[in-house]
Ligand binder design. Sequence first.
Ligand SMILES: [Zn+2]
Ligand SMILES: [Zn+2]
Length: 307
Amino acid sequence: MLVGAHVSSSGGLASALERGERLGVDAIQIFTQSPRMWRSPSHPAEVLAAYRATQATHPSVRATFCHATYLINLASDGEIGERSRRCLVENLVAATAIGAKGLVLHVGSHRGAGLDGCLAGIGAALREALEATEGRLGEPACPLLLENAAGTGGTVGRSFEELALLLEAAGGDQRLGVCLDTQHLFASGVPFGTIEEADAALAALDAAVGLERLACLHLNDSKVPFGANRDRHENLGEGEIGEHTLSCLLGHPALARLPALLEVPGSGDGPRVEDVAVARRVIAEGIAMRGGRALLRSAPARGARPG
Ligand SMILES: [Zn+2]
Ligand SMILES: [Zn+2]
């Protein structure tokens, strides 16, 4: 399993690769624009190309994932919906331009109105973003990864079944995938505290969306209890999930080739060297728990596109 971390890209996109190197991670996740602002910076083409070149030759950080702007709400109509669709395209264009392995998206919230009324609109918005980026820049277009939600209010994607509905509404394009956040999974009420429960959770994901769509994990402990439906990350081992439960899930052989990206608070500035060490230990314990049958972490990172 590749261990990754969300890192800041302040001071230039390529500086994120250096931060990742200092953390000793195999993969990083970045925002290509401010996550809480609509305005997208126009990264000059040479900056984007330089990122790709640096990434291609980077000895330790082998893959970059991007996280889309938090303001995006594809379940919204009117002006917010329009801004959201435009912003998603901008995020996916930038992610493609830097050669990212995936753009992780919080789909949005219907704010209690129900998924039925907004499903077609979300599907159309996802298709539009994929089409806008297909075949651009001569680069393989970046996969778009829908993240499971913790289930706050009317958040969309709170269950594997909802993720499956979203993928179907978007036409099931091969570039569509899923990012599984361990804190959101726990907060949405899916147990994985034994090997049997972890296996059942992944079997349910497989049945609903197919494990071949699973492109990365967000590896976080939880500040809130099981089933609390709130998105609150904690450092691994310091929260309500705990190391043992995380190990039960992370040792599963189906996850062995995937990057697990830390989005933990650290001491306030995000993942630290010690958080990466805990992540590696939790994964190793999970593999050992299952008899060491998982694949080695030297396996290549995988995007949502098969092969
Ligand atoms: Zn996440
Ligand atoms: Zn979260």
